[in-house]
Design a protein around this ligand. Structure first.
Ligand code: F0G
Length: 457
């Protein structure tokens, strides 16, 4: 059989509240044409994020009941520690409440004014946590990764020549290199670049450069399992390798990792900070206790640790990953077939629509991506996120791409939900000249996409 089916059946359901177009038109106006300000219960299909929105399995819910809530040395902690050790090989594991908490601890330790942290592409919170310490976050993704229509199997790869160029440039400024570049980071998969994977070959290349210049390599490993699946599918000679083996190979290349368990941990809350350096671990432990919680629970409840341990196990199952990546690809293929430009090829956790191509009659300063997210909500109750001039254009310069991200929560929506999304987008596309430009009526001083309000022109 060629058809790939959901490798689960449904035991608990959560009803969706149906709404009419008229109701949604009113709700959208009341929300100032910003879907972040729409109540979740008024959304039919919520594709705002794949973070913390996944469905847990029966075994994860069983773990929730088993959770040991002891302050120190809880049984649930050892279950998690053992699972993460088994999957990643890391001995020392710090639990945190989510990815950005791991980032904050890491960069409080190694960041600071004048320092530079290279990455393929920093996610917003990683960049913000680096810049908060006075350091600079630099993106060095390969050229192919910057163009929506360019196909490349590993569009998340880092440009190795640019990395080496940057290191050489910084070496000239005197002192130990590590005092200028505390670490090199690789985000797998590359969320800001369209959920695109990084190859093992590229990771090895980065490792080699790090070894040559004695720099640590850290992963932002939120979607490590999805990345490993792409390696298995696309990298020469990897087809017969197990995902778990590939995952291990990835982590073996790293000196540390920050992980948001809200993605490939398939839990609603949780994060990890992994490190090998003993002195760094000692200082991180201190900060963890200071700001997150004791070493054996981080910012989490015992039940969260149990659910995470089981989530990390399930996410590496190949039938799950095959379904996961195929369902994202399915959405992408259907949109492309209808002439709708997306970031190609489809990524792991989301499809990114090219809104500039979708509504060429709306210039960047009138927010084509926002116009599309409004239409998606009003016409079909679908919530997506704008990744374009609203998010990145504050201050006047429009970003290189006007995108709308349809992020797919894990195990939440069925194929008919996705068929509904496809039908809705195609219908909107057929009447795209009716999409209306927007004007900002309120904007906060920073991170305006969350709370800005608009008016339709
Ligand atoms: N790194 C990457 C690559 C991410 O995608 C995210 C979150 C984080 C770090 C931060 O993790 O949210 O647990 O603090 N991405 C979400 C998204 C919010 O919608 O893409 P967190």
């Amino acid at each position: 059989m060629k058809t790939i089916i959901e490798p689960f059946r449904i035991k608990v359901v959560e009803p969706l509240r149906m709404t009419t177009r008229e109701e949604r038109a009113t709700l959208l106006r009341e929300a100032g044409y910003n879907v972040f300000l729409v109540k979740a219960e008024d959304v039919l299909i919520d594709l705002l994020t794949d973070s913390g929105t996944g469905a847990m399995s029966s075994l994860q819910w069983a773990g929730i009941m088993r959770g040991d809530e002891s302050y120190a040395g809880a049984k649930s902690w050892f279950v998690l520690q053992e699972k993460i050790h088994e999957i990643t090989g890391f001995e020392h594991i710090l639990p945190t409440h989510q990815g950005r908490a791991s980032e904050r601890i890491l960069f409080e330790l190694v960041g600071g004014p004048g320092k530079i942290v290279p990455n393929n592409s920093h996610f917003d919170t990683t960049r913000a946590n680096i810049e908060h310490t006075g350091a600079k976050a630099v993106d060095l993704v390969i050229e192919e990764g910057k163009h929506p229509t360019t196909r490349h199997p590993f569009k998340g790869n880092m440009d190795l020549a640019q990395l080496e160029g940057l290191i050489k440039e910084v070496s000239g400024s005197g002192g130990a290199l590590i005092d200028h570049i505390p670490l090199v980071m690789m985000t797998i998969t590359n969320n800001s670049g369209g959920g695109q994977p990084v190859s093992l070959e590229n990771l090895r290349g980065v490792r080699k450069i790090c070894d040559q210049y004695k720099l640590p390599l850290f992963l932002d490993a939120c979607r490590f399992a999805e990345n490993a699946w792409f390696i298995k599918q696309r990298e020469p000679g990897r087809r017969n390798r197990g995902v778990r083996e590939i995952v291990r190979e990835i982590f073996d290349l790293a000196d540390g990792a920050t992980i948001s368990a809200k993605k490939d941990g398939i839990v609603n809350i949780g994060g990890l900070l992994l490190m090998r350096d003993k002195e760094l671990i000692r200082r991180a432990d201190e900060l963890l206790i200071l700001t997150e919680g004791y070493l054996t629970y981080g910012g989490l409840a015992g039940r969260d640790l149990e659910a995470m341990a089981q989530g990390f196990e399930e996410v590496t199952h190949e039938d799950y990953l095959q379904y996961r990546i195929r369902s994202t690809e399915y959405l992408g293929e259907k949109l492309l077939a209808a002439g709708i430009q997306i970031v190609e090829p489809p990524g792991g956790h989301a499809i990114y629509i090219d809104a500039a191509h979708f509504c060429p009659h709306i210039p960047p300063h009138q927010f084509p991506g926002q116009a599309l997210t409004c239409a998606l909500y009003r016409e079909a109750g679908i919530r997506a996120s704008e990744i374009g001039s609203v998010m990145f254009g504050q201050g006047g310069t429009p970003p290189p791409m006007e995108l709308v991200r349809l992020a797919i929560p894990r195990r939440v929506y069925t194929q008919s939900h996705i068929d509904y999304v496809i039908e809705a987008i195609i219908e909107i596309y057929q009447q795209r000249d009716k999409l209306r430009p927007l004007e900002i009526t309120y904007e906060p001083p920073s991170l305006r996409h969350f709370t800005a309000q608009f008016r339709e022109l």
